[in-house]
Design a protein around this ligand. Structure first.
Ligand code: SF4
Ligand code: SF4
Length: 84
């Protein structure tokens, strides 16, 4: 599956616990990553500064669903299930 254009759900819903350029402490759940551009693409895609978490997330039907709303719901559930 290809990443859906203009989605960005996985750059908003999950928390990220490692540094992101411009967000040295990572980001909380539900807050858009500072590297998420206006067109909902990653501004640092392919660069070494991109967090390993992001590199490990691969588009797939389970996570991405059929639309952005479904992806947000699934990722929100994942976030709650994986909280320490
Ligand atoms: S949730 Fe899926 S479709 Fe949406 S931005 Fe992430 S990888 Fe792309
Ligand atoms: S670094 Fe890029 S891929 Fe990772 S959350 Fe931010 S915008 Fe999304």
């Amino acid at each position: 599956m290809q990443c859906r254009p203009d989605c960005g759900a996985c750059c908003i819903a999950p928390s990220i616990n490692s540094p992101i350029p411009g967000m040295p402490h990572g980001k909380p759940a539900g807050i858009a990553c500072i590297q998420l551009a206006d067109d909902n693409r990653c501004a640092i895609f392919g660069l070494p500064e991109r967090p390993a978490f992001c590199t490990s997330l691969k588009p797939g039907m389970e996570m991405c669903g059929e639309n952005r709303e479904q992806a947000m719901i699934w990722l929100d559930q994942l976030e709650r299930l994986t909280q320490p």
